[in-house]
Design a binder for this molecule. Sequence first.
Ligand SMILES: O=C(O)c1cc(C(=O)O)c2c(n1)C(=O)C(=O)c1cc(C(=O)O)[nH]c1-2
Length: 229
Amino acid sequence: MRPMSADEFTDALRGLSHRYWGTHPFHHRMHAGELSQPELQVWAANRWYYQSAIPRKDAAIISNCPLPEVRRQWLPRIVYHDGATPGEGGMERWLRLCEAVGLSREEVLDERHVAPGARFAVDAYVGFARTKPWVEAVASGLTEMFSGHLMKARVADMLAQYEWISPDDLAYFTNRIDAVAGEGQATLDLVIEHSRTRAEQDAAIAALSFKCDVLWSLLDAIERAASKK
Ligand SMILES: O=C(O)c1cc(C(=O)O)c2c(n1)C(=O)C(=O)c1cc(C(=O)O)[nH]c1-2
């Protein structure tokens, strides 16, 4: 089969947006202000496990990629999450969000609240990046194309709905919104450039579909754990 044009390929990738976790019932409840503080704690502690896996996922992509220009482009993502020095970076901002919802650092870092399904989903994402061709692992991160809109809505809705949450508590998201605006397009360009055959393009679409399943399953596990609170 002939390869898709860049526009057709982009449309096929963007066409998966309906599978994105933005439409998950747990996110609907979060944005509508319907979650209790214990339910938000379950969400924050389990998403911590996702946040903490992202740099390991990105390191796996780098370790599988033979192209210096791609490795150079990808490296800042690890520093973004880990921070250039202790006490900085995305993971630190996520921990502050955890504290804002009433969790201690200790109970987040020892992962006592991480649900089995959440661990399974996140570990599958890291395993995918370790074992698949690097361009497919990069393509799996294209959920970020869909995340900017969702995170903007999350900040506005959470501030409107939960009066005990302050703008500072949501610094993780406000910072991330700016980061994904640039990263999303750069990632898409990279995937288009390095997926030339129809088989490679189809593999990239399948990778993004897989990632939608990872995020959906993560939130299913969170929803189930939260329902016991
Ligand atoms: O809050 C969200 O809805 C959301 C979604 C996603 C995503 O779509 O994968 C990421 C993030 N946040 C995020 O904060 C983040 O650092 C991140 C990294 C990645 C990735 O696959 O490399 N996705 C996401």
